[in-house]
Design a protein around this ligand. Structure first.
Ligand SMILES: Cc1cc2nc3c(=O)[nH]c(=O)nc-3n(C[C@H](O)[C@H](O)[C@H](O)COP(=O)(O)OP(=O)(O)OC[C@H]3O[C@@H](n4cnc5c(N)ncnc54)[C@H](O)[C@@H]3O)c2cc1C
Length: 365
């Protein structure tokens, strides 16, 4: 989409391969940004106020200048396919990718047995699972797994200007667990049951918890489930970069899911914007981490370490951070855009006796 939007690429011949372009509404992306973004026209809903709750806090705050935005998968796929299909220099091919690597002059990809050569291959296929990658590199690995229901109520019960970003008041028996409540009208909301843990649950356990939360915590007795989604996002500090210079990994396969939160959408946008900008300048897209990236990777690794070694419960960590900092500072921190002063303020919100030695361990690891 970034290449399609930039005149520099209008004479480039671009092949876009996916095993299928028939996509269902399989995911809902939520993310925050200030002002209008690249996919503004398909933002389904946005919120100006976020709430975070746990057994110790209940904070609601405006996030101005940010808005928390939702894009539905089906809108994203329809909008993108429509834009790409109208470009004569972009070919869409449904097929299975079985191999790709550098060549002497660029890179190749094999699709259903047919080989294509190009200057670059931009790859979204995870060839080694994130867990295998983490194990081989001796890195941390958790799963963000979640099940969401879009529910429709009879009575108007929701405030569509306010989203519950994290509600940790649910049981923490399996590890870090919270609910999102994302109302898109007074009678419709996506309620999502989310974990940062090592193991998935039986499917029925997600359903039981959603039912219980909607009925007992939200106090909604009559509703219908309009849509269901389930997702797993790796949370790992493993290195996803390729050793190839002309195969550039993108998305989750490129390590763009933030290790300590699973948020990926905005990191993918920033990365693809940076790649196109480098290509326009005639540079080879850089896969190395900047000093700034390394700083945030250290923070992520520290939190992953604390959570995987159960040094402090996730709900307590997030409660402390949200209680002692304005929401905007936390959002800057979570999107890797905080200043050093922001970082110090966030760090002083959590117990240094736990986080400092762990950060030092991670720095040397
Ligand atoms: C249900 C769900 C909800 C999410 N919600 C959020 C959210 O709210 N906010 C956020 O920031 N992140 C979210 N994420 C995380 C992340 O933003 C998404 O996973 C995002 O789609 C990742 O983009 P990607 O390009 O890496 O992978 P994908 O979007 O999964 O694209 C990979 C593509 O590769 C194709 N493919 C794979 N193997 C082959 C092969 N061998 N041959 C041909 N094609 C192949 C697949 O068909 C797929 O189209 C969510 C993820 C899921 C699963």
């Amino acid at each position: 989409m970034r290449m399609a939007a930039h005149p520099f690429f209008q004479d480039s011949s671009i092949l876009l391969v996916d095993q299928s372009f028939q996509r269902s509404n399989d995911r809902t992306w939520c993310f925050w940004e200030a002002g209008e973004g690249f996919f503004e026209s398909i933002v389904h809903h946005q919120w100006s106020t976020l709430r975070v709750a746990s057994k110790t806090i209940d904070v609601s705050s405006s996030i101005d200048p940010y808005a928390y935005k939702m894009i539905r998968g089906e809108d994203f796929y329809a909008y993108s396919l429509n834009a790409l299909q109208s470009k004569s220099n972009i070919e869409l091919r449904a097929g299975k990718i079985t191999d790709f690597a550098d060549t002497a002059t660029g890179a190749f990809v094999v699709v259903d047995g047919e080989r294509f050569e190009a200057k670059y291959v931009f790859n979204s296929v995870l060839r080694t699972s994130s867990e295998q990658l983490a194990t081989a590199q001796n890195k941390h690995h958790l799963l963000q797994h979640f099940k969401g229901w879009v529910i429709q109520t009879v009575e108007p019960v929701f405030d569509p200007t306010r989203a519950t970003f994290m509600d940790f008041t649910v049981s923490q028996e399996h590890g870090t667990t919270f609910m999102y409540v994302l109302p898109t009208s007074t009678t419709t909301a996506l309620v999502e049951y989310t974990f940062f843990t090592e193991e998935l649950l039986e499917d029925a356990a997600y359903d039981a918890a959603l039912k219980n939360y909607i009925s007992n915590q939200l106090g909604i007795k009559t509703y219908t489930v309009e849509h269901v989604e389930f997702g797993i996002i790796p949370m790992t500090n493993a290195d996803f970069s390729t050793k190839h210079s002309r195969v550039i990994n993108l998305g989750v396969a490129g390590g763009q899911a933030k290790p300590s939160s699973g948020f990926a959408f905005q990191f993918i946008q920033r990365r693809t914007a940076a790649i196109t900008a480098q290509l326009v300048k005639g540079e080879v897209p850089n896969q190395r981490l900047s000093l700034q990236d390394k700083k945030f990777l250290l923070y992520d690794s520290t939190l992953l370490h604390v959570l995987t070694h159960k040094q402090m419960a996730g709900d307590a960590v997030f409660s402390a951070i949200f209680q002692k900092n304005p929401m905007q500072r936390v959002l800057r921190f979570l999107e890797n855009r905080s200043s050093l002063i922001d970082d110090l303020q966030i760090m002083s919100s959590v117990p240094t006796r736990i986080f400092m030695p762990t950060a030092i361990k991670e720095m040397f690891a």
